[in-house]
Design a protein around this ligand. Structure first.
Ligand SMILES: Nc1ncnc2c1ncn2[C@@H]1O[C@H](COP(=O)(O)OP(=O)(O)OP(=O)(O)O)[C@@H](O)[C@H]1O
Length: 231
């Protein structure tokens, strides 16, 4: 279980608080207006931001003071974070070893991860020579080799077309199922949340609701979600 315990953060004039738990193996979508704090919440979990107060716990272990690299967390951002001068295999390999001194077994893991996301044969290509969808697949392969139990998605597929986005979300879904991972994804489209998320938290008005089962939430949306969805 991921526990966000009485977390508060102020940055500039913006304040966010969160006190909730995310069950292991669940797939949580964060929905809410622009600027409401969805990315901020992911950054707190990943360790890129520190809370003013409160704790982040994973399976009862306190992560609050751990640097990002030591947390059981992989995060995928919108720009995919590829290094343009490195090959796709090297970009994926960075998920295993920042110095890229990979053992044979680690090189095999990289090849397997690329195979898993449908990029076999593209190991030696540079990111700039891949399509947007292929770059997203490569970023997902890096998450795969890391084998971390918490996977955070900060809208990595927003720039892809609708069909490709659905395909990538299905691939994420499959990866999360296979690894028994716990997924937290920022979602601007209710359809994406409905397609993949078991639960949704609404981020609005400086707070984050506890996860609500997706069907239940959309059947009876709270006011904050109705305001966001409009109509
Ligand atoms: N480094 C920072 N310093 C000061 N304020 C920041 C910083 N990063 C974000 N903010 C502010 O914090 C608030 C929350 O931003 P955040 O990016 O988390 O929102 P979001 O819900 O992810 O938005 P969007 O859906 O537009 O991506 C915003 O008001 C933003 O301007």
């Amino acid at each position: 279980m991921l526990r966000l315990e009485h977390l508060t953060l102020t940055q500039g004039g913006f304040a966010l608080s969160a006190d909730l738990s995310v069950a292991t193996g669940s797939k949580l979508a964060l929905i809410g207006p622009s600027g409401a704090g969805k990315s901020t919440l992911l950054n707190l979990i990943a360790g890129f931001s520190a809370p003013d107060q409160g704790r982040v716990l994973w399976q009862d272990a306190d992560l609050t003071d751990l640097p990002p690299g030591q947390r059981p967390v992989s995060i995928l951002f919108q720009d995919n974070n590829h290094f343009p001068h490195l090959t796709i295999a090297q970009n994926v390999g960075l998920g295993l070893r920042p110095d890229l001194k990979l053992s044979e077994d680690e090189q095999r893991q990289v090849r397997e991860a690329l195979h898993h996301v449908g990029l076999s044969g593209m190991e030696g290509r540079k990111p700039g020579t891949l399509s947007g969808g292929q770059q997203s697949r490569a970023a997902l392969a890096r998450v795969l080799v890391q084998k971390r139990p918490l996977i955070l998605l900060d809208e990595p597929f927003a720039a892809l077309g609708p069909a490709l986005k659905v395909e990538m979300l299905q691939l994420v879904d499959q990866v999360v199922q296979e690894t028994g991972g716990t997924l937290i994804m920022v979602s601007h489209q209710p359809e994406d949340a409905k397609a993949i998320a078991s639960h949704v938290s609404v981020v609005a008005g400086g707070t984050v609701t506890a996860p609500i089962a997706t069907d239940q939430l959309f059947a009876n949306p709270p006011q904050a979600l109705r305001d966001y969805l409009g109509g």
